[in-house]
Write a protein that binds this ligand. Structure first.
Ligand SMILES: C[S@@+](CC[C@H](N)C(=O)[O-])C[C@H]1O[C@@H](n2cnc3c(N)ncnc32)[C@H](O)[C@@H]1O
Length: 375
């Protein structure tokens, strides 16, 4: 594989940038810089593999192919045509283009999407005689055009489907937390990876699964079926397999760890157990149907409570009362650490946790607050 270096941009939910930046640095990725909505870094294609396999809070990893001024259609065509697309698209392969534009003369994103796609298709057809087809859901090659103040950035998506699709999920419950955000909550919680991890509203178990993966040093992308770069022309399948094998060999399940999950709905606990079983964490689980309004973990656990509380918009009503009652229960838990993702600052306030820190995170467009505290 060539040692050619590229500029990458790993995207994340707004509010998660500092955590992603720390992950990028911990992975030893070079020249990283935190930006709005993600983290830029530099590296080889092998680094892109590692980023996709290991970054827990990233949503996708884009590889920058070119940057140019695009004040007119002809300038856009020229810039797009300057990239060798046959290096990505296999004969008979599929393609998708996303386009965003802001404060630019070319201001119609659907039109830009079409135009970039046409330029790429024409170039590939001229080069190898086949015409790539368009596939929105499952394209072999996904291209992103970002136009800001007439400056175009053209990237290829190394991830493909969003990285929250880890491959371990079997069921959705009612409102599962995105895996990338669950990882962000666990990483932000300050959990030491040894104390019991407790989720009193565990739903399908996303936080417990992501926590277990962190504690076990399990790469979040290990169970995923496919990444974007795997369907690029010239993909080094043998090298990639070695990278995956190395990640597999690094997994060490901490047998003494306890993953404690409660939910008021029994089906959710079955789903949580199935998710943990699927990854080899089943024996660590202590799951119980219980109402969080009378939450009282076992004496002496001194665990870390990481949870995603029900939101008014998405799960039932009487959410305010629930936050108040749950907050009252927490007052009895001395020695615990908590990290609670709530649907709004108002709901966060209803918990009435003293000396709490609050951190804003956008969860699927909803402005949430992650409340952390040592009780
Ligand atoms: C926002 S969801 C949690 C989703 C979970 N993080 C996941 O990824 O699947 C909230 C969960 O709280 C549960 N729940 C609602 N009221 C509850 C209560 N009083 N006690 C315990 N669980 C409750 C719901 O059944 C639901 O599964």
């Amino acid at each position: 594989m060539s040692g050619q270096r590229y500029t990458y941009f790993a995207t994340c939910a707004p509010g998660v940038e500092p955590l992603l930046h720390r992950e990028v640095r911990d992975l030893g990725l070079a020249r990283s810089e935190r930006q709005v909505g993600g983290v830029r870094f530099e590296g080889t294609m092998r680094d892109a593999w590692r980023a996709n396999l290991w970054l827990r809070t990233a949503v996708r990893v884009l590889r920058r192919e070119s940057r140019f001024d695009a004040v007119s259609e002809s300038a856009l065509d020229e810039g797009v045509g300057a990239v060798d697309w046959s290096a990505f698209v296999q004969p008979g392969g599929t393609l998708w283009v996303d386009a965003q534009t802001r404060e630019s003369a070319l201001d119609h994103s659907r039109y830009l999407q079409q135009r970039v796609k046409d330029t790429i298709v024409d170039q590939v057809r001229a080069a190898d005689g086949t015409r790539p087809t368009v596939d929105r859901e499952d394209a072999d090659v996904r291209v992103h055009l970002h136009l800001f103040r007439d400056r175009a950035t053209l990237s290829v998506d190394t991830s493909g489907a969003s990285l929250h699709r880890r491959g371990w999920r079997r069921s959705q419950g009612r409102a599962p937390l995105a895996e990338t955000l669950a990882a962000a909550c666990v990483l932000h919680s300050g959990w030491d990876r040894r104390a019991p991890l407790i989720d009193p509203f565990c739903g399908t178990g996303t936080l417990l699964v992501e926590g277990a993966m962190i504690a076990a040093g399990m790469a979040p992308g290990l169970s995923r079926e496919r990444f974007g770069f795997e369907t690029w022309r010239g993909h080094d399948a043998a090298g990639w397999q070695r990278a995956r094998d190395e990640a597999k060999a690094a997994v060490k399940i901490p047998r003494k760890l306890r993953l404690v999950g409660h939910d008021i709905v029994a089906d959710r606990l079955e789903e949580t157990q199935a998710h943990l079983d699927g990854l080899g964490f089943g024996d660590l689980a202590l799951l119980e149907v219980a109402d969080a309004r009378s939450f009282a973990p076992r004496a002496g656990w001194n665990g870390t409570v990481v949870s995603n509380l029900p939101y008014g918009e998405r799960v039932g009503d009487r959410v305010e009362e629930l936050h108040g009652d749950f907050g009252t229960q927490l007052k009895a838990l001395e020695g615990y650490r908590v990290a609670l993702l709530t649907g709004s600052s108002r709901l966060a306030g209803l918990l009435r946790i003293s000396r709490a820190e609050r951190h804003r995170i956008l969860n699927g467009g909803i402005e949430c607050q992650l409340v952390t505290a040592d009780l």
